[in-house]
Design a protein around this ligand. Structure first.
Ligand code: FAD
Length: 445
């Protein structure tokens, strides 16, 4: 008899996990705090669209749903940089044929829920988890009318960055490690609508970035021809969300700073004041598992900042790794859960660090000629020696066979080498010389 399994949260990760487990014959019930987004329009809680890349795709392929999801995905082959002086530049993300995908969070979540139900999972909506009784093995849910107590043999907390499951786990766990870290920047979504007949008003197959040193605007394409822009901006100081406190100040700041975007944003001021300003948190905790029957997964275990576009991809990878461990340990949940957290914790910590570092790269370095030269040297070297050098971005984004923790180590080593290369006198002129290539090869040994 396969276990009665309770999943708390029908977000992206909980829904995917239910598909994996239902396919294996587990009796899965998901309890979701919000209403059914397939029936009611739900205010966007997080970003409207997301970058889906190879780690997430690998999991979606494994459960056989990537072909469906491709229908709502827009390939983005590179970064399209909008410089402050009005010039633009295009930087491919990887080799030919490598790209990330812009996907609507809502559509993806709805599709995953449909597929979860199709595979036998039941989803209960408007049910908010407020406690777990570890001894009785019950989860308590509250809806508008009543409290329900659900017995479990196996339970997962996939209820996101502000997880209630994690909180009960934490409060009743001796020596529970917990760390949350807010950066001084928040984000706000803005809109570039489609042109006539649903035309894209900028290059469709790219992630647009307006890097401005301390802050940035980005834009990802949507299926209807619009772009969702996100302003990552300081909460305090000048300029900041606090300082842009009138419509006039917003317009004048945007016209000065994002001149080529403003004509495409007819509802700029309204969007700016109507849309929420949200914070960005990193959450680290340990242990993720309890007894032989409970685990945190996805953002509930490891919320990260969005600058590598990996939060969901990492959560999907959690599901894939867990599924592999079910096979490896032949359904022995003690062994499965122990190895799950031992493998995933260092990887989640690594991507948390990589994501924080990538903010500086996106908002500042992508517009810096020295950084661009460094990338050019790395790309040329990795094309010639693909077995010796995979650029850090490609390790994280296009190489699911490389663990995040290894990608972090490798990228630190590569960065040290590149710092030495970039310090060579006249590197701008000699970067294609044999001496540079030799130096990299030597340092790699
Ligand atoms: P969530 O998506 O947060 O889902 C949790 C679910 O649990 C929700 O449905 C919620 O309603 C429910 N819930 C919460 N509390 C309870 C409760 N008490 N009881 C029952 N249910 C509950 N990731 C990427 O891979 N690529 C990107 O490009 C990307 N961009 C991002 C941009 C921004 C601005 C942000 C903030 C995040 C971004 N992410 C991205 C990260 C991504 O959004 C998360 O990693 C992902 O949503 C995690 O999925 P999850 O299912 O773990 O959590």
């Amino acid at each position: 008899m396969k276990k009665d399994t309770v999943i708390i949260g029908a977000g992206l990760v909980g829904s995917l996990l239910s598909i994996y487990l239902s396919k294996r014959g587990y009796n899965v019930k998901i309890y979701e705090r919000r209403a059914d987004m397939r029936k009611e329009k739900i205010a966007a809680g997080r970003s409207i669209n997301l970058a889906l890349s190879d780690r997430g795709i690998k999991a979606l392929e494994e459960v056989g749903i990537m072909e469906e999801i491709k229908k709502i995905a827009i390939p983005m082959h590179g970064r399209y940089i909008h410089n402050a002086d009005g010039s633009t530049a295009y930087q491919p993300y990887g080799n030919d044929g490598q790209f990330i995908n812009s996907v609507s969070r809502g559509e993806l979540n709805k599709m995953l829920m449909d597929l979860a139900e199709k595979n036998g999972a039941e989803i209960f909506f408007n049910e908010r988890c407020d406690a777990i009784d570890w001894k009785k093995k019950t989860v308590h849910f509250e809806n508008a009318e009543e409290l329900t107590t659900i017995h479990y043999q196996l339970a997962f907390g996939s209820d996101g960055a502000y997880s209630a499951a994690r909180l009960t786990h934490q409060l009743q766990h001796d020596r529970f490690q917990y760390q949350q870290y807010y950066i001084d920047f928040g984000y706000k979504e803005l809109n570039i609508p489609a042109g006539s007949n649903g035309a894209f008003m900028m290059e469709k197959n790219a992630l647009h970035i307006w890097p401005r040193g301390n802050y940035m605007l980005i834009a990802l394409p949507n299926m209807d021809g619009s772009f969702t822009c996100t302003l990552f901006f300081p909460f305090e100081g000048d300029p900041s969300f606090a300082s842009l406190d009138t419509k006039e100040k917003v317009r004048s700041f945007f016209e000065k700073t994002f001149a080529d975007a403003v004509p495409l944003m007819p509802t700029l001021e309204d969007d700016f004041f109507n849309n929420p300003t949200s914070s960005l948190v990193t959450v680290k905790c340990f242990p993720w598992v309890r007894n032989d029957d409970f685990a945190l997964i996805g953002d509930a275990a490891h919320a990260i900042v969005p600058f590598f576009g990996q939060g969901m991809n990492c959560g999907f990878e959690d599901c894939r790794v867990l599924n592999e461990l079910i096979d490896k340990h032949n359904e022995d949940w003690h062994l499965i859960l122990q190895e799950y957290q031992n493998l995933r914790k260092p990887d989640a910590d690594a991507i948390a660090e990589l994501a924080l570092n990538n903010f500086v790269e996106m908002r500042d370095k992508v517009g810096d000629p020295k950084f661009l030269l460094q990338k050019k040297i790395e790309t040329a070297f990795s094309k010639k020696y693909p077995g010796k050098w995979i650029p850090a971005y490609s390790q994280v984004t296009f190489s699911p066979q490389i663990r995040y923790s290894d990608a972090l180590k490798n990228s630190a080593k590569q960065e040290n080498i590149m710092q030495e290369v970039m310090a060579l006198p006249g590197i701008e002129n000699i970067w294609q010389d044999e001496v540079v290539e030799k130096m990299i090869l030597e340092k790699l040994h």
